[in-house]
Design a protein around this ligand. Structure first.
Ligand code: GLY
Length: 357
């Protein structure tokens, strides 16, 4: 059974549909009406069958153009941004036309940023094809590209017109990527969603075996939390920061490996271990609760070793975090399970101790 959720406020409210075979006329037709042209943006890491399927569904109602980027983080470049804008202008796209992003977070981020800036904004739809993008980046309106100084330093908050989450596309996702995506699912259980926590504990094996029904349920519960938080705080002035649980350390670990050694979700799993340990050291959670966090991550077979990361090597990255405000590092910690808080009042020694295995 298809599940649906809504995110965004008033005029910027959008529908998120989650089901197997969600890439269908039924789901797309209402989003396509009134658009003459559609630019479909994807990359060569996305199975071409999925791109063809989306194009076929869009076709009779709109004229379909395609841009297939080279896959990888490098695709979120200023050059590609400019290339897509020129393509839109050369093909006379106007404000009534549409962009459809079919891919993971990279495709969604650059497509959304193009949509936010071309003619000061045209509409776009997200069709995420990785678990990570389905449970995180496709919802919430964060769009971005990278510049030499860093990742995601240029972007906009710009909500899509709709999000279509087709769980069948996960069947062709490499296992390592699927598992890395589960880190973000687990994150929602730690920061807010108790029902998701129970489900993850109960159905670990089934989830790892990609049981369709239970996957649909965990995506729904993840997005229930995400949609609620991003609707309350669209521009990250407050509560939205809790979505970054484990990310300060995760980003530092990714940057330390030059974004080549470890996937985002794998780094976030290690980062959640660190953030949980600091929460315990700061007496916000008990030892038993901290052990529960570690046990869940281990049951999902995450490599939680930290031995190759020295505090002094990670420190520069930790202190370059976007959550620094007025020179103070804000951390997302757990204050009980399924209850995250943002705080800048912690003993800095805990940072170092948190990174010890
Ligand atoms: N991925 C964190 C956020 O959307 O705010």
């Amino acid at each position: 059974m298809a599940k649906e959720l809504f995110a965004g406020q008033r005029k910027n409210k959008y529908r998120i549909v989650i089901s197997k075979n969600a890439i269908s006329k039924k789901n797309l037709a209402p989003l396509l009406k009134n658009h003459n042209k559609t630019l479909l943006i994807s990359d060569d890491g996305v199975p071409s069958k999925i791109v063809r399927e989306v194009a076929a569904v869009c076709k009779p109602s709109t004229k379909v153009f395609k841009i297939i980027l080279k896959h990888g983080e490098q695709a979120k470049s200023v050059q590609n941004f400019q290339k897509i804008l020129n393509f839109l202008a050369d093909n006379n796209f106007d404000r009534t036309d549409l962009i459809v992003a079919v891919g993971g977070g990279v495709v969604g981020d650059i497509s959304g940023f193009v949509a936010s800036s071309y003619l000061r904004g045209i509409q776009f739809i997200q069709i995420p094809t990785t678990l990570l993008a389905q449970v995180d980046s496709s919802v919430g309106g964060k769009t971005a590209i990278n510049i030499v100084a860093g990742k995601n330093l240029v972007g906009a908050f710009y909500n899509p017109k709709g999000v279509i989450i087709d769980t069948t596309v996960l069947n062709s996702l490499p296992n390592r990527e699927f598992k890395a995506g589960l880190a973000e699912v687990i994150k929602y259980a730690f920061i807010q969603n108790k029902s998701l926590f129970s489900l993850l504990k109960k159905y670990t094996k089934k989830i790892l075996l990609k049981d369709q029904k239970i996957i649909e349920e965990i995506i729904f519960l993840s997005l229930q939390t995400k949609a609620m938080i991003v609707t309350k705080d669209e521009k990250e002035n407050g509560i939205r920061a809790i979505l970054n649980f484990g990310h300060t350390f995760g980003h530092a670990i990714e940057a330390h490996g030059k974004y080549k050694k470890i996937l985002h979700g794998e780094a976030v799993a290690k980062g959640m271990k660190v953030a949980s340990k600091i929460s315990y050291l700061e007496n916000l959670i008990s030892e038993k609760e901290h052990k529960e966090v570690i046990a869940l991550l281990q049951n999902f077979e995450f490599d939680l070793s930290l031995e190759q990361y020295k505090y002094r090597e990670l420190k520069p990255y930790i202190f370059r975090d976007k959550k620094i405000k007025a020179g103070k590092l804000n951390l997302v910690l757990l204050n009980k399970l399924s209850n995250a808080v943002v705080t800048n009042s912690f003993d800095t020694k805990s940072l170092q101790k948190g990174l010890q295995d």
